[in-house]
Design a protein around this ligand. Sequence first.
Ligand code: DOR
Ligand code: ZN
Length: 347
Amino acid sequence: MTAKDSMTIRRPDDWHVHLRDGALLAGVAPHTARQFARAIVMPNLSPPMTDSAGVAAYRNRIMAALPTGSDFTPLMTLYLTDRTDPDEVARGHAAGVFVAAKLYPAHATTGSAHGVTDIAKIMPVLARMEAIGMPLLIHGEVTDNHVDIFDREAVFIERTLIPLVKALPGLRIVFEHITTTEAVQFVESAGANLAATITPQHLHINRNAMLVGGIRPHAYCLPVAKREHHRLALRKVATSGSAQFFLGTDSAPHDKRLKEAACGCAGIFNAPFALESYLAVFEQEGALDKFEGFASEHGPRFYRLPLNEGTVTLERSGVTVPDEIDVCDAIVVPFHAGETLGWRLRV
Ligand code: DOR
Ligand code: ZN
């Protein structure tokens, strides 16, 4: 096989994923473990993972759900609430129970009802995290009903992120699943303590995918996909080689019936073909040489973790994404359902 027909890179990681719990965990975790060496696991379960004991127990359930022989390491996160204790955060981080903490503004998205109502309430926690160098992962959307849903990320930057970075310049922040030109510009201007993850869906689709020709619930996630010019800005920066931007799928499975409903859940299940999906973008942008940095290098460097040993190979052989995937407890419609992608992960 010539170099053009295959691509071998250092094993990649997913810096943002929802692995769920119970039977669904057993159904979805193998897909992530097949594609990635490590993943940052979101804590928005019901109830959320708000203390060390809960996070440690959840990690054990993930390990138990993996197929025998998996070489996969879940990297756990703590769910911040108005009542999070700075000492508990520092202890759990020092003990290696969790590598980061997640800030969900209360009611911003699925499983965020116990999130933070006002960032002022957790400033002592954030100051401690700044002192110990622990990353803060942020779902960056305001929840104010007066703000249009398509503007919620940009308004969050103005109202929350700019003041936060000013108040705690040493705090290391991952602005998760960015969707706008404003977010790209903010991260670039903020310097090395700021990074952002970018999902495959926000590189592939704009808001038309959700709304043209009928309402398409499987294209709905939060933050919602925006206008085309935002998508183009995300593609440009993801494929630019900038170390501040890296892979985070935000794979978020929901049963088909819960998405195809009068009030459908937010979330796109992209884990089974995540690398294939990202690689299609890098190829279209003429940036195959930038893929390894985005997928396998920028994330660990930001998190101050070792790069993975070992490699994965993608072949230019094409793979058709199934219309539905049975994940034990649920039938889930994956991202790119029914489409054929140009590369396939060799297993
Ligand atoms: O679309 C989303 N789904 N966005 C989130 O922030 C949460 C996620 C989920 O847990 O389903
Ligand atoms: Zn998420």
